[in-house]
Design a protein around this ligand. Structure first.
Ligand code: CUA
Length: 324
């Protein structure tokens, strides 16, 4: 048996202990029921076995016992449901102050981008005791991001942003896996999440000095792809001004309106005809084949950075809006 083997997973996030408590409660409940059923079964097998001289008539009504075995499990099941629902809501809703890190999956690696521009592959460095939100997408097929020690798992889909959050509560390295069969090297698509003290994390981020931040890289792309030619302040083409667009309400030509979130901006770059802004012609070309998922995240980071007031609309609204 190697020393890596643990019968119990390390519990290394703010939610893992709570999830384990629910899990153990269910294991104990199920065990208690199974043991009870087996005891009664054996007692009856022996007591009422064939050939034994014993009274086999029903002496009294069974209503009380039937009510008991119906109502007691009902109350327990509703309790377990309520408990799981509470945990699920906690796990699905990142705290407002969570730090965002971007993840792009592809066959067969995890590409991570920190907001200051630091990039890594199959490694994710995070600070201790800080809520981290991962905004994730896939460049090709469906993958699934799974860190057992944190008890978090989320599918990562092409053409869509999904998110996951956690707060690591233990220093060290924890394995990261892809849990969706995604082709030949699926089983090798994994890595490590390294939890560092916040000051070490800050030093580690700086150690990658000289990198442009994600927003700066996005600004350069905004010019090199020609976006600024139409959406810039002095542009001759009639196109919406994108300064401070992120988180604003946008009125569309079909009379509806949307909040300009990550999904809206992504769609507007890739499928510009899908949601045309009211008062503008649908003349923008699609950038479908010209921008990678990494570039899209950089462009969105840049558009976010042009907003001077803090934005409450975040990736958490992606799922709430139900648009994809
Ligand atoms: Cu990616 Cu399995």
């Amino acid at each position: 048996m190697n020393e890596q083997f643990h019968l119990l997973l390390p519990s290394a996030s703010s939610l893992s202990g709570r999830i384990d408590a629910l899990w153990w409660t269910m294991v104990l409940l199920c065990s208690a029921v199974a043991i009870g059923v087996f005891i009664v079964m054996w007692v009856f097998c022996i007591r009422y076995r064939r050939g034994r001289q014993i009274d086999r008539t029903l002496s009294r009504g069974t209503t009380p016992i039937e009510l008991t075995w119906t109502l007691v499990p009902l109350v327990i099941f509703i309790g377990v449901f309520g408990w799981s629902l509470f945990l699920y809501a906690r796990e699905k809703n990142p705290p407002a102050d969570a730090q965002t890190i971007y993840v792009v999956a592809k066959q067969w690696m995890w590409k991570v981008q920190h907001p200051n521009g630091t990039r890594e592959i199959n490694q994710l460095h995070v600070p201790l005791d800080v809520p981290i939100r991962l905004t994730m997408t896939s460049q090709d097929v469906i993958h699934s991001f799974y860190v057992p020690a944190f008890r978090v798992k989320q599918d990562v889909l092409p053409g869509r942003y999904t998110q996951l959050w956690f707060e690591a509560t233990q220093l060290g390295s924890f394995p990261l896996f892809c849990t969706q069969y995604c082709g030949l090297d699926h089983s090798r698509m994994g890595g490590q999440v390294t939890v560092m003290r916040p000051e070490d994390y800050a030093r580690w981020l700086r150690g990658d000095g000289g990198n442009a931040t994600l927003a700066t890289r996005g600004a350069a792309l905004f010019r090199s792809l020609g976006c600024s030619g139409c959406h810039g302040a002095n542009a001759s083409v009639h196109a919406p001004d994108l300064d401070g667009i992120y988180g604003r309400m946008v009125h569309l030509s079909d009379g509806s309106s949307v909040i300009a979130d990550d999904v809206y901006m992504r769609d507007s770059i890739l499928l510009p005809d899908k949601q045309v802004v009211a008062g503008f012609d649908p003349i923008m070309p699609s950038f479908q084949d010209q921008v990678s998922e990494d570039d899209l995240l950089a462009l969105i980071a840049y558009l976010k950075s042009t907003r001077t007031q803090p934005v409450s609309a975040t990736a958490s609204e992606i799922t709430k809006n139900g648009r994809h």
